[in-house]
Design a protein around this ligand. Structure first.
Ligand code: GDP
Length: 713
């Protein structure tokens, strides 16, 4: 059985980075040095342990956040078992289209290691993820990787962190040499040189600082100590009055406190690929990142009363856990990953899924190591574990003690902005389709499914082209489901801009049993992003209470149908305020139709508008292409918000409608001879200009008339 680690000796952490900065390689080395894997996998050969999903191997990017457990004792503590820590690593994806994955992992981890490419320094995605980590107040340490690469510059990379991300960055170790002469690191706390020997850098050797680097190291050390002592009054006094520096343990203690409070971001360096600098990073994870008990208690609400409940991270509290990942494992089936925020849960007992109000028995608890699973009898506060076979549980749900229900704060996900049609290839595929889509959408809350009411086509939507591509790929590989896909389409929305009142009457009274539904609705615009609100203010039984839900249902169906171009209507409030009924002929059906009719006719005169997703775009290019690229962005109805310098290159920040961005990758490549890169993420919905609305409506009707073959061209 798993040894129970005191909470102070648990770290729930993740590695986050811009794509290609070396997250996978670093994780691999971490797993190797902690003794879990015995052969270092290589991303380039496609044999990594964390990337267990097949297409991830092929693409060489990490997409799914799986959790892995390993154990570590800081190197300078020798073999002392009292210092052994348990590290739970939550793997986070680097690609921006996987926002949901990044956010949900940030939500459940206590600390993060941010990895940078030593040549590129801060890149656009590291900045986006950094801001997200700020949002969840995640304490961080930085790792400047690839110190062996040609053109690497520690000072410059460090400066880019300081200037673009945080003024609180503080170098804790510095490199010995660079590029092919990168040999090891200087630890500014111990003031020693550290080298990594043995076949795979597994032997950590401490030596004196090489004489040529002494004065540089002393300079860094001075800045280091001066920054450290600012955070501890005793140390400050000792230093100012007696010129005495805190000893190593005291320094680490101050640094730990300041890091957890976000006042210092310690920076380390190394080359994961060359097996240098990873062990000091592991030491730092243990030493400076928080344990579950270092963080404030979590807040939740009672599912029935809505009252706020606070849970401290203690085993004595009732059990509460948050589901952050559902994954299909080829061997055990559906795995539900969760993080325990309070209490203890023993296998064989029932949990309440407070978000769905259903109870389920948990028969198996698993701890996931990168290459094996371990059966557990119980899970405790701070643990990250998985269970098998939970039904109806989705990402973001709270699992808790049935006698002490709580819903932990929900994770907010952005709405999908892009959609494609999927068409099953055979009858067998047709039968499988809805089941597979349901499964995938349970795993990924930014993946949505819809059936087009008119054409009965299945439309899937997500956060970007890459996101949907991966999902379609998974349908093929994991479920053997073959679908043809259409061209990616922008997920437009519709809304109204004027307040109106509208009548809906569905009355059929000739022969047999009649139909009678009659309503008056008030339609009014809501603020952008507010969705839909239905209010009933019927008094005195003008319409009996039993028919009200049918009216709401009718309105909701009409919302889905759209007003101008068939896109779902949003940001509207509908108030049911009058109507009439018939003792015999009224029915749910009649009121549903009446509600739908009232909404449809009302919306048409309520100044309807089409909304389109506007993306935040960042383009990084050498200066000489600036004119061409800004010109291209402007021609795409884009607005340039900022142009800044990053060394020799220019960074353009802009807002551009998604509809104009298809094919931008190719265009940028040709404009910049392949030297420009860009990232894009959803920002907000905005009204489409009038002339473009006409174009879109035109396109929709021609598309609907085209045969599928043509449509796919
Ligand atoms: P990820 O996308 O952040 O997971 O990055 P990977 O770990 O997949 O690394 C991206 C590429 O950089 C791969 O080709 C790695 O071999 C390479 N790489 C990773 N770490 C280093 C390093 O320390 N030095 C050098 N030169 N290359 C590295």
């Amino acid at each position: 059985m798993l040894k129970i680690y005191p909470k102070e000796k648990i770290r729930d952490i993740g590695f986050i980075a811009h794509i290609d900065a070396g997250k996978t390689t670093t994780t691999e080395r971490v797993l190797f040095y902690t003794g879990i894997t015995h052969k270092i996998g290589s991303v380039d050969e496609g044999t990594t342990v964390m990337d267990w999903m097949e297409q991830e191997r092929e693409r060489g990017v990490t997409i799914t956040a799986a959790a892995t457990t390993c154990f570590w004792t800081p190197t300078y503590r020798g073999e002392d078992p009292n210092y052994e820590h348990r590290i739970n690593i939550i793997d986070t994806p680097g690609h921006i289209d996987f926002t949901a994955e990044v956010q949900r992992s940030l939500r459940v981890l206590d600390g993060a290691v941010v990895i940078f490419d030593g040549v590129a320094g801060v890149e656009s995605q590291s900045e986006t993820v950094w801001r997200q980590a700020d949002k969840y107040s995640v304490p961080r340490i930085c790792f400047i990787n690839k110190m062996d690469r040609i053109g690497v510059d520690f000072k410059k990379a460090f400066k880019s962190i300081e200037e673009r991300l945080t003024p609180n960055a503080l170098a804790v170790n510095i490199p010995i040499g660079a590029e092919s002469n990168f040999e090891g690191v200087i630890d500014l706390i111990l003031m020693k040189a550290i080298y990594f020997e043995g076949v795979q850098g597994e032997i950590v050797v401490t030596k004196e600082i090489p004489s040529g680097l002494k004065s540089q190291a002393e300079e860094y050390r001075k800045t280091f100590i001066e920054k450290i002592i600012e955070h501890d009054e005793d140390a400050l006094t000792e230093y100012l009055e007696k010129g005495k520096e805190p000893n190593a343990d005291k320094t680490r203690a101050i640094l730990r406190k300041a890091t957890i409070e976000g006042k210092i971001i310690p920076v380390f360096c190394g080359s994961s690929f060359r097996n240098k600098g990873v062990q000091p990073l592991l030491d730092a994870i243990v030493e400076y990142l928080p344990s579950p008990v270092d963080l404030p208690p979590v807040q939740g609400v009672h599912p029935k009363t809505g009252e706020t409940i606070i849970r401290s991270p203690r085993d004595e509290e009732p059990f509460a856990a948050l589901v952050f990942k559902i994954a299909s494992d080829p061997y055990v089936g559906t795995l539900t990953f969760f993080r325990v925020y309070s209490g203890v849960f023993k296998k064989g007992n029932y949990v309440l899924n407070a978000s769905k109000s259903n109870q389920e028995r948990i028969g198996r608890l698993l701890l996931m190591h990168s290459n094996r699973r371990e059966e557990l009898d119980e899970v405790r506060t701070g643990d990250i574990a998985a269970t098998v076979g939970l039904k109806n549980t989705a990402t973001g749900d709270t699992l808790c003690d049935p006698n002490n229900p709580i819903i932990l704060e929900q994770i907010e996900f952005p709405e999908p902005v892009i959609s494609i049609k999927v068409e099953p290839q055979t009858k067998a595929d047709q039968e499988k389709l809805s089941l597979v889509l349901k499964k995938l959408s349970e795993e990924d809350p930014t993946f949505k499914i819809k059936t087009d009411a008119e054409t009965s086509e299945t439309i899937i939507s997500g956060m970007g082209e890459f996101h949907l591509e991966i999902l379609v790929d998974r349908m093929k590989r994991e479920f053997n489901l073959n679908v043809q896909t259409g061209k990616p389409q922008v997920a437009y929305k519709e809304t109204i801009k004027k307040k109106v009142e509208s009548e809906g009457k569905y009355i059929r009274q000739s022969g047999g049993r009649g139909q009678y539904g009659h309503v008056w609705l008030r339609l009014e615009p809501l603020e952008r992003g507010k969705g839909f609100e239905f209010v009933n203010i019927i008094k005195g039984g003008v319409i009996p209470q039993e028919y009200i839900p049918a009216v709401e249902k009718g309105v909701k169906e009409a919302l889905e149908k759209g007003i101008i171009a068939g896109y779902p209507v949003s940001d509207v409030k509908v108030t049911l305020y009058d109507g009439s009924f018939h003792e015999v002929d009224s029915s749910d059906f009649a009121f549903k139709i009446a509600g739908s009719m009232a909404f449809q006719s009302g919306a048409k005169i309520a100044d309807p508008a089409l909304l389109e997703p506007i993306m935040k775009l960042e383009v990084v290019i050498p200066e000489k292409y600036l004119g061409d690229v800004t010109g291209d962005i402007s021609s795409k109805r884009g607005s340039i918000e900022n142009i800044s310098d990053r060394g020799m290159i220019k960074v353009i920040e802009a807002k551009v409608p998604l509809a104009e961005m298809f094919g931008f990758a190719t265009k940028l490549r040709s404009l910049t001879e392949g030297r420009g890169v860009f990232t894009m993420e959803f920002d907000h919905y905005q009204e489409v200009p009038y002339n473009i609305v006409q174009e879109i409506i035109g396109k929709i009707s021609t598309n609907k008339n085209k045969s599928d073959k043509e449509y796919k061209e």
